[in-house]
Design a protein around this ligand. Structure first.
Ligand code: NAI
Ligand code: PYR
Ligand code: MG
Length: 604
């Protein structure tokens, strides 16, 4: 077993001196020899200095030459570039999986080097470890499986979780991402194979928020699957039974949450990719009891809202004009409804009107068309956003996307439906008649194949004057004559790392609407006017650590404001409450872990 010793703080300075000679603090290990080489948390491969090889019983277990961290880094990047060259012309799927495999092998062997290459190349590697490739990995997980990562709690473990949680080797855990695999991106129920999502999200936590990788825990709650193909697959690695439902299901989640809380009372649990009914139910059930949030409902809402506020600025209008924007949301699931709820609260706040009055400018469409109060068996979660037929002259219950767009001429058309291509040529062309001077199209569904439209189609059919955002990355579009159609990535990755880190450092035991609102407002004001006017709504993924430091500080300050901050480590609530905004950002930034080889010290 090992004990954690605080790593040297990361900072921009440390980052700019990528391989500086600054000596990091030591790290205590409780193992020796080959056990260290097989532990990715401590392994340095050929990077162990000779003195350390002596101290840890590694002499003779490695080739004699010591290779520096920088050389190891370059060697990996060279292998990666060769792989790119060697796979040229092969199908995208093959290339993406090959890239994922080479990164995953490094992850399994040497986490310090893995996270260094990930952090320093985040824009290039995010699409591999996160959306879209992570979707492909989940679809093929049973075949790709080599080594376990994270923990698996299944329906068969009922009554055992309180002791099982102690099987995790780390003494401290700060951040858990939990899924039940029931709605993986827009790919549906992937059962146990959905574990790829918590792993990918936590990689983003390490890269963006500098959460120490020894303190993260990806978790799969396997309660069965309703995916017939998986149930019939002999190689499927999860429980081959239909999903538990009702109280049986909830009792499993309850038991897991209690076990986590008993061992790590301060750990934050991010619920991810649960089907809608359980996403809402578990949020309601736990948000006042545990330090948790639902990323698909709450993280997505904050990112979408920041983007929509950006589109108001992109039209050259003041933010207060948000109250006049007509917004059509396609997809009435956990993500779409989360966006509507937060957007309506914001309109009510800006205009000082009631939430009821603030709803008038929003339109909700699901698989059966426009959602109105006339709908038979209206989903209770969607009911608050259903239109009264009296208020939608010329439109009827179940109206199609094209009918709604033609009639309403919205400022913003936002997709969270999981259905690839439903913003077709006709719909996009209809957006040319938008009442906005800069119509906005947000095709937020993931992975790429599930995006409501591509960036090329959006600029081609809806016109060059649009603002475009997608959940998975697309290339900017060359519009000719030196003009560029900017593509924004409207993905909750801009918020969840800061929500997690800010909450952790505040020591708050709950995550409130106020903390989430602060995160969104921070992102909304992050971009300079000049960029916004060009249609750039979010910062580049390259600067995700900087954005996360700001978002984290905003969340921390909101927790202080709500008197929820109990402090973290040596920094108590009083010190937190005296921090200025800049000091809070610096405090958050200085707590980000950055991968360097720490001297290992053996202790029995
Ligand atoms: N960009 C981002 O940060 C995020 C993107 N998402 C993506 O959003 C999508 C939806 O996620 P959830 O809301 O959790 O799923 P969900 O399954 O809860 O909801 C999907 C909704 O889409 C509707 N829908 C299905 N077919 C439709 C059609 N042909 N026309 C109109 N509506 C249709 C359904 O009726 C349902 O209301 C997924 O693809 C997911 O990857 C989710 C969270 C964050
Ligand atoms: C990004 C994300 O959380 C999703 O697509 O579900
Ligand atoms: Mg998700």
């Amino acid at each position: 077993m090992w004990k954690l010793v605080r790593y040297a703080a990361a900072s921009n300075l440390a980052r700019s001196r990528r391989f500086s000679a600054a000596i990091p603090g030591p790290c205590i290990v409780h193992k020796r020899g080959a056990d260290i080489l097989h532990d990715p948390w401590f392994n340095k491969d050929t990077g162990f200095p000779l003195t350390e090889r002596d101290r840890l019983g590694l002499r003779g277990l490695l080739p004699p030459r010591v290779i520096s961290f920088e050389q190891q880094y370059d060697r990996f990047m060279n292998s990666f570039r060769s792989l790119e060259n060697n796979t040229q012309g092969q199908p995208d799927k093959v290339v993406s999986l090959a890239k994922w495999r080479i990164l995953n092998r490094l992850h399994d062997r040497n986490e310090t080097l893995y996270y260094r290459v990930l952090i320093d190349n985040i824009k290039e590697f995010a699409p591999i470890i996160y959306t879209p490739t992570v979707g492909l990995v989940c679809q093929n997980y049973s075949g790709l499986f080599r080594r376990p990562r994270g923990m698996y709690f299944s329906a068969k473990d009922k009554g055992e979780m309180m002791s099982m949680i102690y099987n995790w080797p780390a003494h401290e855990v700060d951040m858990i991402v939990l899924t039940d695999g029931s709605r993986i991106l827009g790919l549906g129920d992937l059962g146990v194979q959905g574990i790829g999502i918590p792993i990918g999200k936590l990689d983003v936590y390490v890269a963006a928020a500098g959460i120490n990788p020894q303190r993260i825990l990806p978790v799969m709650l396997d309660v069965g699957t309703n995916n017939q193909k998986l149930l019939e697959d002999r190689l499927y690695l999860g429980l081959r039974q239909p999903r538990l439902e009702g109280e049986e299901y909830l009792s499993i989640v309850d038991e897991f949450m209690e076990a986590v809380h008993a061992r790590w009372p301060k750990a934050i649990v991010q619920f991810e990719d649960f089907q809608m009914k359980w996403a809402f139910e578990t949020l309601k059930r736990y948000q006042k009891r545990f330090c948790m949030f639902n990323d698909d409902i709450q993280g997505t809402a904050g990112v979408a809202l920041a983007g929509i506020l950006g589109t108001v600025r992109a039209q050259g209008r003041p933010l207060t004009d948000f109250v006049n924007q007509k917004i059509v949301v396609v997809g009435a699931g956990s993500a779409g409804l989360g966006v509507l709820k937060m957007a309506i609260q914001t309109v009510a706040k800006i205009s000082g009107c009631s939430e009821l009055a603030a709803k008038s400018q929003f339109y909700l469409i699901d698989k059966d068309g426009l959602v109105t109060t006339e709908r038979n068996s209206l989903d209770p979660a969607a009911a608050p956003f259903a239109k009264n037929p009296r208020d939608i002259e010329g439109l009827t219950e179940g109206a199609s996307i094209i009918e709604v767009v033609k009639k309403i001429r919205p400022h913003v058309l936002l997709g969270l439906s999981g259905v690839g291509g439903i913003f077709n040529e006709e719909v996009l062309k209809a957006m040319r008649e938008s009442v906005s001077t800069k119509p906005a199209i947000f095709a937020m569904s993931n992975p790429t194949m599930n995006a409501e439209c591509t960036s090329i189609d959006a600029f081609k059919h809806a016109g060059e004057n649009i603002v475009f955002a997608s959940g998975s990355p697309f290339e900017n579009v060359d519009l000719g004559n030196g003009k560029v159609g900017h593509v924004n990535q409207a993905n909750n990755m801009y918020l969840f790392p800061g929500i997690g880190l800010g909450t952790l450092l505040s020591g708050a035991h709950l995550i409130t609407d106020g903390m989430l609102q602060a995160a969104s407002e921070c992102l909304a004001s992050y971009m300079a006017e000049e960029d916004i006017l060009k249609g750039i709504l979010y910062p580049s993924v390259d600067s995700i650590r900087d954005v996360t430091a700001e978002v984290g500080a905003a969340v921390l300050r909101a927790a202080v404001e709500e008197e929820l901050a109990e402090g973290h480590g040596d920094v108590g609530p009083k010190e937190l409450s005296h921090m200025s905004k800049d000091e809070a950002v610096e405090y958050v930034r200085s707590n980000m872990w950055y991968p360097v080889y720490s001297p290992l010290v053996h202790e029995k």
